[in-house]
Write a protein that binds this ligand. Structure first.
Ligand code: 3PG
Length: 305
C-alpha cells in the first residue's frame, strides 16, 4: 500500500522520519508531498495513494475523485472540517482523525497569547497578571482540558461550558461547570474558544456574546476562524474599547481589525497552535500507526465518517 503524506504546512523533519519508519516498517510504501504550492500538485500526488495523511489541507470531492485507489484519509490533528466527509463516504473512503495528539501544543499557545495580551504585547507599559483571573473555556475537549491543567499553574479560576461533556469530567479537573454560553462570556475575563467548526457553530460567536464580557475582557481563539461572526466581532471591538481579540486563526477582516484596533488584536501569520516538533511527532506518528493498523486488520477506532 502507498501511504502519502500531503502537507502544505510541513511537519517537523523528525516527525516525517518517524512516519516514514512506521509506514516502511510495516512493509508499505511511503510518499511525501510537502509545501505544495498548487492544487494540481496535490491532485497528481494522490493518484497512486491508498492512504492519505494530511493536516489542514483541503480534501474535497475533486481530490477524492483524483484518488481512485484511496481507502483511508487520516487527518493528523483534531478538526476535520477540511475534509469532505460526504464525498469520502460516497467513494467508500474511511476518514479518521488523531484526537488529543496536538492538544498540549495548542493549549500552551493559549497561554502565550494570554500573557501577551495581559502584558500589552510586551511593549513595556504596565499590564496585569493571570493569577486569580477568571478563565472560561468554550468546550471541554482535549484542548480545553489541557488549558485547564496549565491554568492551574497560573492560579486562574477556570470554568467551562460544554453540554456534551459529563459533569464529573469537569469536577475531576477542578473546573466549574457553566450552564449557558452567555454565562461563560459574562463571567470570565478571559474566554478561550475550543469548539469545532460545524454547521451549528459557524458564525455563532458575535456581537451579542462578545459584548457580554467583563471590563478588560480578552477573547482567545485557537480553534477555527469560521466560528466567529466577523462583522459582529468588529462592531464589538469598536464599541467596547476595553476588549481584546487574540487568535491563531486569522479572520477574513484581519487587516481592517489590525488597522482599527492596534494592540487590541493579534493574529498569527499561519495557524501555529499545533506547530511544534512534539505535536508533529505525536499526531504524525499516530496517523501513520492508524494507517498501518487499518491495512493490517481494518482497525478504524478514530473513524469520523
Ligand atoms: C487541529 O485541528 O488539529 C489543529 O487545528 C491543527 O491544525 P494543523 O495540523 O493544520 O496545524
Amino acid at each position: 500500500m502507498t501511504v502519502l503524506v500531503a502537507t502544505e504546512k510541513p511537519f517537523a523533519a523528525i516527525a516525517v522520519e518517524g512516519i516514514r519508519a512506521a509506514v516502511e516498517g510495516a512493509g508499505h510504501t511511503f510518499a511525501l508531498l510537502e509545501k505544495y504550492s498548487s492544487r494540481a500538485e496535490l491532485l497528481a500526488a494522490v493518484a497512486s495513494a491508498n492512504a492519505l495523511i494530511v493536516r489542514s489541507d483541503i480534501i474535497d470531492a475533486e481530490v477524492i475523485a483524483a484518488a481512485p485507489n484511496l481507502k483511508l484519509i487520516v487527518r493528523a490533528g483534531a478538526g476535520y472540517d477540511n475534509i469532505d466527509l460526504k464525498a469520502a463516504t460516497a467513494a467508500g473512503v474511511i476518514v479518521e482523525n488523531t484526537p488529543g495528539q496536538n492538544a498540549n501544543a495548542v493549549a500552551e499557545l493559549v497561554f502565550g497569547m494570554a500573557v501577551m495580551a495581559a502584558r500589552n504585547n510586551f511593549g513595556g507599559t504596565s499590564g496585569f497578571e493571570l493569577r486569580d483571573k477568571t478563565l472560561g473555556l468554550q468546550a471541554f475537549g482535549q484542548v480545553g482540558r489541557n488549558v485547564a491543567r496549565i491554568a492551574g499553574g497560573f492560579g486562574m479560576k477556570v470554568s467551562a461550558f460544554d453540554p456534551f461533556c459529563p459533569a464529573e469530567v469537569m469536577a475531576e479537573a477542578g473546573v466549574t461547570r457553566v450552564e449557558s454560553v452567555e454565562e461563560l462570556y459574562r463571567a470570565n475575563r478571559f474566554v478561550s474558544i475550543h469548539i469545532p467548526a460545524t454547521p451549528q457553530t459557524v458564525g455563532s460567536i458575535g456581537y451579542d456574546l462578545i459584548t457580554l464580557m467583563p471590563k478588560g475582557g480578552v477573547l482567545i481563539n485557537t480553534a477555527r476562524k469560521e466560528v466567529i461572526d466577523e462583522a459582529g466581532l468588529e462592531r464589538a471591538l469598536e464599541e467596547r474599547t476595553d476588549l481584546k481579540y487574540f487568535a491563531d486563526v486569522k479572520p477574513g477582516n484581519a487587516s481592517t481589525l489590525e488597522e482599527k484596533f492596534p494592540g487590541r488584536v493579534f493574529f498569527t501569520p499561519k495557524k501555529t497552535g499545533a506547530q511544534t516538533a512534539e505535536a508533529n511527532i505525536n499526531a504524525g506518528i499516530a496517523a501513520a500507526n492508524q494507517a498501518v493498523a487499518f491495512f493490517r486488520d481494518g482497525t478504524d477506532r478514530f473513524r469520523v465518517n
